[in-house]
Write a protein that binds this ligand. Structure first.
Ligand SMILES: C[S@@+](CC[C@H](N)C(=O)[O-])C[C@H]1O[C@@H](n2cnc3c(N)ncnc32)[C@H](O)[C@@H]1O
Length: 426
């Protein structure tokens, strides 16, 4: 089955090389397997795809050092990256990785490619230490991020930049949010323990699993007893300072992670949840249905209230804005390769537009919570400062959460990178 794992991971990566998002590419290739994959095989294909994206520069450099005259053509280049990732970063038996990669090469590239793939991978094994040392000479090879990204993190976080780039190469934690309407967190922790899943509390509703498990193994998941949501994302509900009966707008809501949390926590809330992506709105509706909570879900452009707003002000607005996602790279390692430096100012301009369009919808005394899963200042502190300059009827409420420094949560082993700003209308 290793051969099928390599083949499908290679096909997914070939799609990513053509600009496709990794998760969509993985979904596509799983379809090719027509439901014949076990949980373990699905996880191995995903791990190979994610692993190559996580360590792309290092792997490319290792392979470059071994290509003398001949360079592999697609999809053999992707296959070599998958197998090199498996040799350098997984516990798969090296001889099996090489043997099956040679077979996969003959399926994907013809019999003539077998010797080439065999030779390259055997050299990866033989010269591993020297190749890795050479790959680590450049910052790109050492940190596995594009140069512009490394420069930005270094400039914005002169003390933490190396730790941040290292953290972005780790595996993310799996964190749960316990549905308070269904069970206390301690009760749910016990339910997990009874099925052999260890977890420790985080925040007010969260549990971080010691080892990630497939969602299907979580007791009561289908009944809505629990959701998967990062600890930093769970902070949003605290900053909203909910009271019963409030009218709330969740402006960029799908797939409904924070919407669900708001509804689990508040009583008698009237919640309008918007997203402009119809497919994601469907997912949100399914999520809310699973959690047994209700909101009005609408496919709409949050930056154009004239097309959907009924004119009644909101007590709370949550703007979980589209952003670079630079704080969650370890969850989506393809992001760093798909983004371009010029995307960041474009995203910041769009975020400014959202803020400006939604502020009039907040009632006096009400608040708008602005959130991103980014660590770039253009989308975060600079955005908040600009908002305060442009809106004299806003007061910024300092984010008191101990995790945040001026609203910024930096990624650590338990938290994703997030930013929050809270504006009250005066
Ligand atoms: C960070 S995600 C939201 C995550 C969500 N709040 C959660 O906690 O599950 C940003 C969302 O903004 C949506 N979006 C992008 N442009 C939009 C627009 N003009 N109007 C409404 N939603 C938009 C995207 O489709 C995406 O679902």
């Amino acid at each position: 089955m290793m051969q099928e794992i390599q083949r499908l991971a290679t096909l997914a990566l070939a799609q990513v090389q053509n600009g496709k998002n990794l998760d969509h590419a993985l979904t596509d290739v799983r379809r090719l397997a027509k439901g014949k994959l076990t949980d373990h095989q699905r996880a191995s294909i995903q791990d190979a795809g994610y692993g190559v994206m996580r360590f792309r520069c290092e792997i490319e450099s290792v392979l470059e050092q071994l290509f003398a005259k001949r360079r592999p053509t697609p999809p053999l280049d992707a296959l070599l990256m998958v197998a090199t990732y498996q040799l350098l970063h997984t516990r798969h038996a090296p001889h099996a990785v090489v043997r099956y990669a040679v077979e996969t090469a003959s399926v994907l590239g013809g019999v003539a490619s077998k010797g080439f793939v065999n030779g390259v991978l055997r050299n990866v094994l033989r010269q591993k230490e020297t190749l890795l040392q050479q790959a680590g000479v450049t910052e790109e090879g050492r940190f596995n991020h594009p140069v512009w990204w490394i420069e930005k993190v270094r400039a914005q976080y002169p003390l933490q930049w190396e730790a941040l780039l290292q953290q972005a190469q780790q595996h993310p934690p799996m964190t749960l949010r316990v549905n308070r309407r269904h069970n206390h967190r301690e009760q749910y922790q016990l339910r997990l323990k009874q099925v052999g899943i260890e977890a420790v509390p985080v925040g007010n509703d969260g549990l971080v699993l010691t080892h990630p498990v497939p969602v299907g193994q979580l007791p009561g998941f289908d009944q809505g007893d629990v959701s998967v949501q990062d600890a930093s994302a769970q902070v949003a509900v605290e900053l909203l300072a909910l009271h019963s009966g409030q009218r709330i707008l969740d402006a960029c809501a799908a797939p409904g992670g924070k919407t669900g949390h708001i509804l689990e926590r508040g009583n008698g809330l009237e919640l309008l949840a918007l997203d402009q992506d119809p497919g994601r709105v469907k997912k949100m509706e399914a999520n809310l249905h699973r959690l047994k909570v209700a909101a009005q879900c609408l496919v709409a452009d949050a930056s154009r209230p004239d097309t959907w707003w009924d004119g009644k002000v909101f007590d709370r607005v949550l703007l979980d804005a589209p952003c670079s996602a630079s704080g969650i790279v370890r969850r989506h390692p393809d992001i760093k390769w798909l983004r371009r430096a010029e995307d960041i100012p474009a995203l910041a301009t769009a975020q400014e537009r959202f803020l400006h369009a939604l502020w009039p919808l907040v009632r006096r005394g009400g608040r708008l919570v602005y959130a991103t899963c980014s660590i770039f200042r253009e989308e975060n502190q600079s955005q908040a400062e600009m908002f305060m300059r442009q809106h004299p009827d806003a007061k910024e409420i300092p984010v008191q959460d101990p995790l945040c420094e001026q609203g910024q949560i930096l990624p650590d082993p338990v938290h994703d990178g997030f930013f929050y700003a809270v504006f009250q209308k005066i």
